[in-house]
Design a protein around this ligand. Structure first.
Ligand code: UDP
Length: 484
């Protein structure tokens, strides 16, 4: 038998357990595919509706299979099919999905115990996998979809109890990072507790490339947490063709053809792509301000607006009351913009040369997808660890500009108190999209990072070597060989 690139003969058997939210599931399944492409035997464990989405969206590979476990819809009172977190905009249903996810434990545990793998890679939202891996005496790798930079920032905020401080410099990081929003205590404590189990794992897999977090943050992480991190991304770059990019995640509500022909009719770097991830829902008032601000900037745009669940009694005007009067005729009718109501083929759009800026909520996947495409960002963080990601983009790497958001919510759902006004939106879009020295410098940095991202996953690149290293590490553990 021939030796594989990883230097050992027998392939590993690895189980991946992704969480049910698109922002967690999409990157972890892409990472699972990376292992399968190295001929390791990979099983993704998920629920039926998520398996259906994955079946259509992950590239076919003989080393990759999906194992489904039933979703406890009835136990939590959810209608059938409401499994991925993207399917709901309602806080009550969201809570039920979270509860259902915790009820998956016995079924997944039973399957894993019956057919033990060489390693489990699980999302940190399933902290119980720690006990399971210990019981089976197998290694566990953690995943949470964060950048290492964000984890370093969170650990520092925790060490200095900076919750609810509206304006502060994060202590003891390699750079002086100035924050302008207060980390909510309840959310921070929840994430910290989950991170505690991450630190007990054999290591964390990061959907990023070493150059974007930077050597200084990798060293800082390993020194302060005594924990190992492997940067394996950007995982979205495994999708090379337009079709593969378009099929990532949920089914798009717009056709590839329609989207591409609109983009093809535009000049390079002339379009602003606006999307706030899979879970952010704005008030009509905020949507109205975005519409006014972007129109006033005079730049063309694609705007993804998540479909709101309206009642049958809503009349047409109610449904679209966030659109300014005459907007349809002035903007959409004249093909100056596309509004996508529902899931958009984001990776495909970002990789088009017409896209010159990405207005983003700084979810880590969106961030790393923009970086991979060399697209500068207009940052508008809202919840989770997004405010830290913003600072990596703007203060550390200079590949984006801030819209000036300061309200750090506990979730992406629900009304926000502070509105970002049209003037701010207009100004920030012009700052990046009108030509000028500052904009050109930011665009140049973004382009350079795009090149670095593409290099990272190629043979000889940092993520490519890290994947070899982690596979070797797991094989040595399995074969009881000394770790190098
Ligand atoms: N996404 C997409 N189309 C959409 C909305 C989101 O393809 O209309 C994808 C996006 O490319 C990214 C993920 O969904 O991979 C969202 O993850 P992110 O971490 O950016 O934000 P979250 O949704 O977790 O807040």
């Amino acid at each position: 038998m021939m030796n594989t690139e990883e230097g050992e003969e027998k392939a590993l058997t690895i189980y991946f357990i992704p969480y049910l939210a698109p922002g967690h599931m999409i990157p972890l399944c892409d990472i699972a595919t990376l292992f399968a492409l190295r001929r390791q035997n990979v099983t993704i464990i998920t629920t039926p509706s998520n398996a259906q989405i994955l079946g259509k969206s992950i590239p076919l590979n003989q080393h990759l299979r999906i194992h489904t476990v039933p979703f406890p819809s009835q136990a939590v009172g959810l209608p059938d099919g409401v499994e991925p977190l993207f399917t709901t905009t309602d806080l009550d249903n969201l809570t039920k999905i979270y509860r259902a996810a915790t009820l998956l434990r016995p079924t997944i545990q039973h399957f894993v115990e019956q057919h033990p793998p060489d390693c489990i890679v699980a999302d940190f939202m399933y902290p119980w996998v720690h006990e399971l891996a210990n019981k089976l005496q197998i290694p566990r790798l953690a995943f949470n979809g964060f950048s290492l930079f964000a984890i370093c920032a969170m650990e520092s905020v925790k060490a200095h109890s900076l919750y609810e401080s509206a304006s502060f410099v994060i202590p003891h990081l390699p750079h002086s990072i100035a924050m302008n929003a207060a980390p909510p205590k309840q959310l921070s404590k929840l994430l910290e507790a989950l991170l505690e189990t991450v630190f007990k794992s054999n290591g964390i897999l990061v959907n990023n490339f070493a150059e974007l977090d930077g050597e200084e943050y990798i060293e800082h992480y390993e020194k302060t947490t005594c924990h190992k991190a492997w940067h394996l991304g950007p995982a979205s770059l495994i999708r090379r063709t337009i079709q593969e990019k378009a099929e990532r995640g949920e089914e798009s509500v717009v056709s590839v053809h329609e989207c591409l022909s609109w983009l093809n009719s535009k000049q390079d770097n002339s379009v602003v792509y606006i999307c706030f991830g899979s879970q952010c829902h704005f008030s009509d008032k905020q949507l109205y301000e975005i519409a006014c601000g972007i129109e006033a900037s005079s730049h063309e745009f694609i705007w993804v607006v998540p479909e709101k669940k309206r009642t049958e009694n809503d009349n047409e005007e109610e449904k679209e009351k966030w659109l300014p009067k005459g907007f349809e005729e002035r903007i959409i009718g004249k093909k100056k913009a596309m509004i996508i109501k529902g899931w958009a083929p984001q990776v495909m759009i970002l990789s088009h040369t017409a896209v010159g800026a990405f207005m983003t909520h700084c979810g880590w996947n969106s961030t790393v997808e923009a970086v991979s495409a060399g697209v500068p960002m207009i940052t508008w963080p809202m919840h989770g660890e997004q405010f830290y990601n913003e600072k990596l983009i703007t203060q550390v790497h200079g590949i984006g500009v801030e819209v000036g958001a300061t309200e750090w919510s506990t979730t992406g759902i629900g009304e926000r108190e502070k509105v970002v006004w049209r003037d701010n939106i207009e100004k920030v879009v012009k700052r990046l999209m009108d030509s000028g020295d500052e904009a050109e410098k930011i665009r140049q940095h973004a382009r350079e990072f795009g090149e670095k991202a593409k290099h990272a996953i190629k043979e000889g690149g940092s993520s490519h070597s890290n994947l070899t290293a982690v596979v070797n590490y797991l094989k040595r553990l399995r074969d009881n060989k000394p770790l190098i």
